[in-house]
Design a protein around this ligand. Structure first.
Ligand SMILES: NC(=O)c1ccc[n+]([C@@H]2O[C@H](COP(=O)([O-])OP(=O)(O)OC[C@H]3O[C@@H](n4cnc5c(N)ncnc54)[C@H](OP(=O)(O)O)[C@@H]3O)[C@@H](O)[C@H]2O)c1
Length: 237
């Protein structure tokens, strides 16, 4: 039986490419998307082995039913790639961010990810080698933000950045909780990638932007857990 992976926000960008690369490795891929038309079209483009699953990260009350559906159709889950994310406060300084921007960002980037992961944990525990990959960002790293010369003048998007810091903390604590299991939990910084979020000026192509997620979704038994990576290089929190 092939390995089963769920990629959230897989209708475009890094998520779609991650789905494509996992399919090429022989995985069955559940293509998570909130929009049925876009999600079905993405699954159809990806071809055999790709199955659309409607999944809105801000609707956590739908997650138990989604877990039941995956269980009845596939029996288990080998990899959960928490890729869906939003950035709603680009260029907004911390002194001006609104509580609504913070709430909406955390709803998708943090609360949704934690709730979905909790709903799917029983299925990941049925895998011989469960892998959880949380897409965060180097701009969510407190160390990078406070020391990197590259980010010296960057003082915006506190909603987005802090949502990714919060998700990094979830990675560390969940990895500790699951350390005696077969499940590994890691955070991925994909790089600055040419997607709708990253923009055209981003230096990295989507094919390379998906590589960190694929690396962490396919880690061997002796691979790391509770760490933060860009490609195969560990990053500071
Ligand atoms: N691109 C970069 O340079 C970069 C850098 C660091 C980290 N990241 C992270 O990498 C991940 C993927 O980013 P990307 O560049 O591929 O972004 P993207 O092109 O904007 O795609 C984001 C995906 O997330 C989905 N999404 C957003 N809100 C959702 C919700 N409530 N429920 C379900 N799906 C939702 C979008 O669906 P719709 O099409 O329906 O909106 C889309 O499929 C994100 O977590 C992002 O924060 C990206």
């Amino acid at each position: 039986m092939s390995k089963i992976a769920l990629v959230t926000g897989a209708n475009k960008g890094i998520g779609l490419e991650t789905a494509r690369q996992l399919l090429a490795l022989g995985y069955t891929v559940l293509v998570g998307a909130r929009d049925a038309e876009k999600g079905s079209a993405a699954a159809a483009t990806l071809g055999a082995g790709a199955h659309f699953i409607q999944l809105d990260m801000s609707k956590s009350n739908s997650f138990p039913e989604i877990a039941s559906r995956i269980e009845s159709e596939f029996g288990k889950l080998d990899a959960l790639i928490n890729n869906a994310g939003v950035g709603l406060d680009w260029g907004v300084p911390p002194s001006e961010v609104t509580i609504d921007q913070l709430r909406e960002t955390f709803e998708t980037n943090v609360f949704g990810v934690i709730a979905l992961t909790q709903s799917l944990l029983p299925l990941l525990k049925k895998s011989e080698a469960g892998r959880i990959v949380n897409l965060t960002s180097n701009i969510g790293s407190l160390t990078n933000q406070s020391t990197s010369r590259e980010l010296k003048d960057y003082n915006a998007a506190v909603a987005y950045c802090s949502s990714k810091s919060a998700l990094n903390m979830f990675t560390v604590l969940l990895a500790k909780e699951l350390r005696e299991t077969n499940i590994k939990v890691n955070s991925a910084h994909p790089g600055w990638v040419q997607t709708d979020m990253g923009g055209e000026q981003a230096p990295m192509k989507i094919e390379d932007g998906a590589k960190t997620s694929v690396f962490l979704a396919t880690l061997p038994e002796d691979g790391p857990t509770g760490k933060f990576f860009h490609r195969e290089k560990e990053l500071p929190w």
